[in-house]
Design a protein around this ligand. Sequence first.
Ligand code: SAH
Length: 400
Amino acid sequence: MSNSPDYPALVLRRGEERRLRAGHLWVFSNEVDVARTPLTGFQPGDPVTILEAGGKPVGTGYVNPSTLIAARLVDRAGHALDRSLVVHRLKVALSLRERLFAEPYYRLVFGESDGLPGLTVERFGDVVVAQATTAGMDRLRDEVTEAIVKVLAPSALLWKNDSGARAIEGLADSVEVVHGTLDGPAIAREGGVDFLCDLREGQKTGWFYDQRGNRDRLAPYARGAKVLDVFSYLGGWGLRAAAFGASAVECVDASARAVAGINANIDRNGMRDRVQAHAADAFEFLKAARAERRKWDVVILDPPAFVKRKKDFKEGSLAYRRLNELGMQVLERDGILITCSCSHHMPREALIDGLQAGARHLDRQVQLLEPLSQAADHPVHPAIPETDYLKGVIARVIPA
Ligand code: SAH
């Protein structure tokens, strides 16, 4: 790592260093002293040294003149944004995951929380997937590639640069294997179950490792139970439930590709006798099941984010409430509802309030058994609330 690199300065307005000193990593465009360092003088992704108004350095980072977040702080010690910095960060991230997990199936880098703003890295055995969502991180693509190859020696490294966030940063999409070869699907292994994941075509970075710790908690509820896994994607919750001894499992997802994936995973794990997959809209499926008076012992609701932006809160929180009511209506008299939200803008309390309102509306009683949150390979950055996004609860629903 080289100290004091020769980066152009980005000068903050007086007092605007305070949030950064308190731990945050983002500089908003209105916090930059544009008279002294005009943002128009930078290209998206340019490395900078961030300075207080008085000239004291805050650290090195990168800039994007065309986004609301004008800069992200990467290193408070002022090191250059180079391969050796990335290698260092990867090693720090790796030592946590190696303590958490016996095998290399996890998220290795969770952006800001792991000191690499704009970068996600996940491991699927000896296959690695990386995603850059900011111009500054995209600029470092070759350095990140070299660092990953050096630290992990993967058989393949895929850059899955197709997140919607890239367009906002002015970046084009590209999905590309830059090291080794990747033939066919990769595997995410959880609790002894193998999930085949099509990394090139799959959703997000291919698998939802954030729910792994929550799926681990299915054991006491799944044993001998009839389980419905709604918004199943590749069958994560449902197949884990089957492995824990569920007697019958149904998985529902609207995506035909996802359902083909669930079926491949059912076969791969020899669960054809116990697990079924349906391609259907979740709300339609639940309404039809309600009309047919079908019931399950455990219902899992793990939908995509319904509140993507703050202004969607009202509509989105209503969708969670409607979904939870439908879920309760297909539960046995003494049932377990597992409900989740991955919307940062949906506070835990709002999810619980909706659940309780729905239960009262149906004249049921809800007992909150276990709070759920993202797994420890998605650490929360205490100064950046956006990094704390996944919430849920395991609840028991009984007659009032
Ligand atoms: N439960 C999954 C992750 C779910 S991601 C896991 O543990 O891995 C959300 C999933 O919901 C996606 O697979 C998407 O295809 C599906 N989906 C989105 N809208 C849907 C709808 N209206 N009905 C059913 N599935 C839907």
